[in-house]
Design a protein around this ligand. Structure first.
Ligand code: SF4
Ligand code: SF4
Ligand code: SF4
Ligand code: FES
Length: 980
């Protein structure tokens, strides 16, 4: 095509705006954002194509096009469009917190060399809205570009925002016109991130980013008046120079550092803007997983880092109390006691627990300390509490214990099945991609869960099986598919072993048996089977609703069996996706924090593996599997385990049957807990060591997609605290190890040298936003989608794995008549040690609660706010009720986030039979209603009480229909641009 008279090579399906950006053309574009696509609200990108005015963002290039970006018509249109924008936005850049070099309005004013605006700025008849703790909206500064609406409607798909185009003074609306605080807004921050100016801004930026922005309002207003006063004479050019000087000065004190989110396993990455220790904002943009996306925790959940109750000095227990100690004294004591106990009762009387919150390098060092320095395989991490059964199911059937593909592959599925996962709250950014594909691209969705959560509400088919019966219906559906000619026979013949044995094992799983056991109709089960058979690619997503059962490994296996029988592996849009909970729960297991595996799932009982590590580490290694977390607690009670070293893990609250666990911890002869706060677990310790959170250190995390990403140090470690890897190294060296790691990159070099799965991982290959998805070959080739050539077994074939009928433990009876389910909440993470220290999050969810169905509430006279006592066979808690139809009949649900009323006082010690993952989801309780009524545990400002307003996007056509709308650059009528 021809661009301003020059010949330019086009790319297939390229947007004209992208071509203009690629070739460096100076065409304004205010509403266009590459991750949002064309919104077409600003009209600033007008160009002439073959003599006709068009919006470049809405035009696809084609060969032979003649494009003029600087013709008088195009130029006039661009200027007129931008002039309208300035009529909606007061330029006061020098005293604006958004004056950071990236303000689109400022930069476009400069690009177009606007000296005087023709359309004067007019205020709008609305107040700024400060009712959300994390961000505010200023209608006066809003240029009505609609980016925020597009992001909320079609990226986050929370569907809160719209613009009232028909109104005399259009503005952005929350839930059609309520305050932000009382709307359905989930505070994900997408809208704030994409706002091209200061109309939406993080509260943490306001009065902090600029040199002059903290001035009293009267002084600011005075300065703005002065600027407005000189503008007619001096023009904007001179004024912008002043603001640019101020903006340049900011660079000397504002740092932007890339990190990876510390919360869930989705693996969002973003820049953190800081001024000294003040976090100005989190800015997602180019993360390989999330792009512009975050959830409330990743975007706004960082106040805990500067909490005044951070641990800043080691503590030693003395006479039943803790006293402050120096690092030297504390580390010496730890090393001395570990050595004494090892000498007296042997290495296997010590145990080590790594953290899924900490880095891969730290897990590696912890297991190296356990194995190479102490000489025990008693090493585990909290994947034991959630994900081990999923890993087991995949080990049995396809070979690798990780998600089959990337989130992109889930987006490409014709049908997504979510089982036992509240994805929108537990893995919010991953859920956005499913919501998008479902809303915009016709993807089908089946949800199986006990609760009618957001994904269930959105599903094409929502099923509610009896608790603990997923294995049954999954196997029955698989049998039906096999027996009715709906299996993928060609795929099975070519790629799968064990069909005959497996088919025999399916004998008990008839449709009738499943219908009766699961409480689902045969028709529903057949409907599921046919939806699977007809779909162009099926991805199954599951989480703790499957794994935290006594048959968690078998149910995970059943999922993978179903996928194999229907040929749903080996290509995009297919596969098994166990959604990893913590930010680095995948990485902790990958990097050897397990009782039976060294790094990369290399077995401790394999002599070849051991000898490689023995040569590398220059020690003799133990060869028998060590104790897992669950067995460690039993071993303490049996008097076999004497000492434990744990970091970044709240075991006393998050392990099941917490009364038994706490009792066990208090029996330890010597217990070292390392954390950033004095956690509940710390109270059982003999030595407490103050660690640093992710923002204060370097390293790598591995997300649910098997994606390894680097985090860079955003802040110096808070004075008195130290990064975990340094503490572990100090202890190892006091025990004679002589480790000399100066930086986590050196640790990773060692990991890569010993681990075929990570052979090609290096810090250089992970620079900035680069990432690798394991397995990574020595030349750096990674595998975003697994099994494209073969399965991970020696013959390259997958294996169907026979399973049998299994019943859940801890059933309801006349005394314990209610089933108690438990899990995550959007706002808090896990037990809440981090998120309860974020004031805005506490405002949204101050405390835990138990969800009670309307039926049970009516039967027992319960209202939201009524205090109840829940009593299980193992313990009891007092908690407020929340009446909601998310739960049904005699089923209750408690979020896991509370240290005062932890749900694990109620859970049992039953476990998955294969992996010892606690059967958290198999708990029966009775409920006594207490004679106290409080306020509803969820305040009105929680997003659950809002009323979203779904629409297809910003609906710009409604703007074009306004009687006062005219295509810029045209005198009359509205026959201007055409989308091509
Ligand atoms: S949910 Fe709230 S924070 Fe997220 S994009 Fe919508 S309005 Fe913005
Ligand atoms: S608030 Fe929304 S519509 Fe207004 S300028 Fe920001 S992104 Fe555009
Ligand atoms: S979705 Fe998960 S990784 Fe992403 S911002 Fe939220 S908590 Fe962090
Ligand atoms: S960039 Fe706004 S209409 Fe094209």
């Amino acid at each position: 095509m021809t661009l301003d008279g020059l010949s330019v090579e086009t790319k297939a399906d390229e947007r004209l705006i992208d071509l203009l950006l690629r070739t460096g053309s100076k065409v304004p574009h205010v509403c266009y954002h590459t991750q949002l696509g064309p919104i077409q609200t600003c009209d600033t990108c007008m160009v002439e194509v073959n003599g006709q005015l068009v919006r470049a963002c809405a035009t696809t290039v084609s060969g032979g096009m003649e494009v003029a970006t600087k013709s008088p018509r195009a130029d006039a249109a661009q200027r007129e469009a931008f002039d309208r924008i300035l009529g909606n936005h007061m330029l006061y850049c020098t005293v604006c917190d958004n004056n950071n070099g990236n303000c689109t309005v400022h930069n476009t004013t400069k690009m177009l060399a606007v000296e005087h605006q023709k359309i004067p700025f007019k205020t709008k008849p609305y107040e700024a809205d400060f009712t959300n703790p994390f961000y505010r909206y200023d209608p006066d500064q809003c240029i009505l570009c609609g980016r925020c609406v597009e992001a909320c409607q079609n990226v986050e798909v929370n569907e809160t925002l719209s613009i009232c185009w028909e109104n005399a003074h259009p503005r952005v609306l929350w839930d059609g016109g309520t305050t932000i605080g009382e709307s359905s807004c989930v505070s994900c921050g997408h809208c704030v991130t994409v706002c091209p100016c200061n109309a939406l801004m993080e509260t943490s930026m306001i009065r902090h980013a600029g040199f002059l922005t903290a001035l009293p309002k009267t002084a600011m207003d005075g300065m703005i008046d002065v600027i407005k006063g000189i503008e007619p004479d001096s023009g904007y050019g001179a004024i912008l120079k002043v603001s640019e000087a101020e903006s340049a000065m900011r660079e000397s004190r504002i740092r932007r550092t890339k990190t990876v989110c510390t919360y869930c396993g989705v693996g969002c990455s973003f820049d953190v803007w800081t001024k000294d220790r003040h976090i100005l904002k989190v800015e997602p943009s180019e993360g390989p997983t999330n792009g512009i996306s975050t959830c409330i925790k990743g975007k706004f959940g960082w106040d805990f880092v500067n909490s005044p109750d951070r641990l800043t000095t080691p503590l030693i227990r003395e006479g039943g109390k803790f006293r402050a100690a120096s690092w030297e004294e504390a580390l010496d004591l730890v090393a001395r006691r570990f050595a004494e106990i090892k000498k007296r009762t042997g290495p296997d009387s010590l145990a080590f627990i790594s953290s899924s919150k900490c880095t891969n390098e730290e897990s590696y060092l912890m297991q190296k300390l356990a194995r190479a320095v102490i000489g025990t395989n008693n090493m585990d991490n909290c994947s034991r509490y959630c994900q081990s059964p999923a890993t087991q199911g995949l080990f049995r059937t396809v070979g690798y214990g990780g998600d089959s593909g990337s989130i992109r592959d889930i987006e490409n599925a014709g049908l997504v099945i979510i089982i036992g996962s509240n994805t929108a709250e537990s893995h919010p950014v991953l859920a956005t991609r499913v919501k998008q594909a479902h809303k915009l691209r016709g993807q089908k969705l089946i949800v199986s869960d006990l609760r009618k959560h957001e994904m269930a509400e959105r599903a094409d088919l929502f099923v509610h099986p009896q608790p603990g019966t997923d294995l049954i219906w999954l196997s029955a559906v698989t049998r039906y598919l096999l027996e009715n000619g709906l299996a993928k026979t060609g795929f099975l013949n070519q790629w799968v072993n064990g069909l005959e044995d497996y088919q025999r094992s399916l004998e008990p799983f008839t449709m009738e048996f499943a219908a009766q056991t699961c409480g689902l109709s045969v028709e529903t089960l057949k409907q599921i089977a046919h939806m699977i058979a007809e779909a162009d690619g099926v991805c199954i997503l599951w989480a703790m609703g499957i794994t935290q059962h006594s048959m968690g490994s078998d149910a995970s296996t059943a999922i993978s069996n179903l996928l194999l029988v229907t040929g749903n592996y080996m290509r995009t849009g297919t596969g098994a996706y166990p959604l990893r909970g913590h930010n680095n729960v995948q990485g902790a297991s990958d990097h050897g924090a397990m009782p039976n595996f060294l790094t990369g799932y290399q077995s401790v009982d394999d002599p070849e593996v051991r000898s490689r590590f023995e040569n590398g580490w220059k020690v003799k290694l133990p060869s028998t599997k060590g104790l897992d977390n669950h067995e460690m607690i039993d071993a303490i009670h049996e008097g076999k385990l004497k000492a434990m070293y744990l970091f970044g893990e709240e075991i006393s609250l998050v392990d099941s049957n917490s009364n038994l666990v706490r009792d066990g911890l208090s029996k330890l002869e010597f217990f070292v807990a390392q954390d950033i706060f004095f956690s509940d677990t710390c109270q059982f310790a003999d030595v407490v060591l103050p660690a640093s959170p992710s923002l204060e250190k370097e390293g790598t995390f591995t997300s649910t997609e098997r994606r390894i990403q680097r985090l860079y140090q955003v802040l110096e470690p808070m004075e008195g605290s130290r990064p975990d890897w340094q503490i572990i190294q100090d202890i190892a060296n006091r025990l004679g190890a002589n480790w000399r790691y100066g930086h986590p990159s050196e640790i990773y070099r060692e990991i890569a040298s010993l681990t075929p799965l990570f052979a090609g991982v290096s810090y250089e290959r992970l620079e900035g936003y680069k990432s690798l998805q394991w397995p990574v070959a020595a030349d750096g080739t990674d595998e975003p989608l697994l099994y494209t050539k073969q399965f991970a077994f020696s013959d390259g074939k997958a294996r169907l794995f026979a399973i049998s009928v299994s019943k859940p433990t801890d059933p309801t009876d006349a005394e314990f008549d209610l089933h108690l389910n438990n899990g995550r909440l959007l706002e808090h993470f896990h037990e809440g040690n981090l998120t309860y220290r974020v004031e805005g999050i506490r405002e949204k969810v101050p405390d835990t609660f138990v969800e009670v169905s309307p039926e049970t509430a009516e039967e027992r006279g319960i209202q939201s706010g009524t205090w109840v006592q829940l009593i299980s066979r193992y313990g009891q808690v007092r908690v407020r009720a929340l009446v909601t139809d998310r739960v049904k009949g005699k089923e209750l649900y408690m979020p896991m986030n509370s240290s005062e009323s932890p749900v694990n006082r109620l859970t049992s010690s039953h476990t998955d039979r294969v992996t010892h993952t606690p059967a958290y989801k198999e708990t029966s309780v009775r409920m006594s209603v207490l004679p106290e009524n409080g306020e509803s545990p969820l305040p009105r400002v929680n997003s659950r009480f809002g009323h979203p307003t779904p629409q297809r996007g910003v609906e710009v056509e409604r703007k074009w229909k306004r009687p006062d709308y005219r295509i810029p650059g045209t005198e009359l009528g509205r026959t201007g641009p055409k989308s091509r």
